[in-house]
Write a protein that binds this ligand. Structure first.
Ligand code: SF4
Ligand code: SF4
Length: 352
């Protein structure tokens, strides 16, 4: 039985409103690499036993959901693409990068294939750094922050632990890269859930947009983004004003998909001036890193990021965002350190 909602395919009237905004189409230019083309291909996949010819078309979708935002017929193509990837994977039609990703996660517990301890960043907080003590709120750092931005993870937990937040004893990848690319993430999910249940966790706090949407919408947990947490405690952060202007890049899976737009802006405005990007909030362009595109189609991913960087106002000293994947992809595409996490901005402004 198909896992795709056929009604979604039937409702598509081929108007092309989604095509006009699709970031992978902007870069690749072929009809099969835009949302409308993908919807047509997905309809054909359902009638066939193969579908390998659709692998790159589906694989280059960042799941940014701009198409879902624009569709006048109420179709959510980003979700349909994910479901179609699941169908291909069930037929054993996958890219070699998907197999490598799955193997990395199953052998190391993280999407980057790192073998060091995930919580090594705790050592940056000094000898009194809290281990995983029982608490009803835990910080879930995610793979990218743990291994590529340990300072940001440490800064985040340095703030959160003042408010009684703990960590899991042995956090694993949340499974987002597997789920978004159509693969099975039950191993990761069961292990994280087991630890959360043992600790009797009520709320999970994360600074990664991919982890946020996965923990909330795939695990079904109560989740708070670090941006929301900071906004709710901004008067207690002891931050002072700084004399420069920044802009804010909305991560797709935090902003458009889950509606977190105001909270990071509230925190930024407590610190400095905010000038919006050329496209922001619901219409923000994607950084190009999500949906497995960075893992499987690096050139496409970085070209999407270059286009996003061009939306930044020149007077902005920093492009602040709230997801380590966005920080990574935008900096690699030419940001050269100008792209920083919201927590890093807060740390600059901290008077403690
Ligand atoms: S905007 Fe909606 S109806 Fe129009 S082509 Fe795209 S998916 Fe189909
Ligand atoms: S989710 Fe984004 S990349 Fe994927 S088809 Fe829609 S607009 Fe294009």
């Amino acid at each position: 039985m198909s896992v795709i909602d056929i009604d979604q395919i039937r409702r598509c009237v081929r108007c092309g409103a989604c095509r006009a905004v699709c970031p992978s189409f902007e870069v690749l230019g072929w009809e099969t690499f835009n949302t409308r083309g993908r919807m047509i291909l997905i309809g054909k996949i359902l009638d066939e036993v193969d579908g390998s010819w659709a692998l790159d078309s589906l694989g280059t979708c960042t799941t940014c959901a701009l198409c879902s935002q624009m569709c006048p017929a109420g179709v959510t193509p980003s979700k349909v693409v994910e479901d179609a990837r699941r169908i291909l994977a069930s037929r054993k039609i996958t890219g070699s990068w998907q197999i490598e990703l799955r193997d990395r996660i199953s052998s190391t517990g993280n999407s980057l294939g790192e073998t060091g301890r995930r919580h090594n960043w705790l050592s940056m907080l000094g000898a009194d750094a809290s281990p995983a003590v029982k608490a009803d709120q835990v910080y879930f750092a995610g793979c990218m922050a743990s291994y590529r931005y340990p300072e940001t993870a440490a800064r985040t937990f340095g703030i959160l632990r003042r408010f009684g937040v703990s960590i899991l004893p042995s956090e694993r990848c949340c499974g987002s890269p597997l789920l978004r690319t159509g693969l099975d993430a039950s191993g990761c999910m069961e292990e994280n859930l087991r630890q959360m249940n043992e600790m009797d966790v009520d709320v999970v706090i994360t600074g990664c947009a991919g982890c946020y949407t996965t923990l909330k919408n795939d695990y079904g947990l109560k989740v708070m983004s670090v941006a929301e947490f900071l906004a709710s405690r901004v008067s207690e952060l002891e931050i002072g004003p700084m004399d420069f202007t920044v802009t804010y890049h909305d991560p797709c899976h935090l902003g458009r998909v889950n509606g977190i737009f105001d909270q990071p802006r509230r925190v930024i405005r407590e610190i400095c001036d905010l000038e919006e990007m050329r496209r922001s909030r619901e219409l923000a362009r994607c950084c190009g890193g999500g949906g497995g595109v960075r893992a499987g189609y690096r050139k496409v991913s970085l070209e999407i990021a270059r286009r996003r960087l061009a939306d930044a106002p020149p007077e902005a000293k920093y492009i602040v965002t709230a997801c380590p994947m966005c920080v990574r992809n935008l900096n690699e595409a030419g940001g050269h350190g100008r792209v920083i996490d919201l927590v890093d901005l807060v740390a600059m402004a901290c008077r403690r």
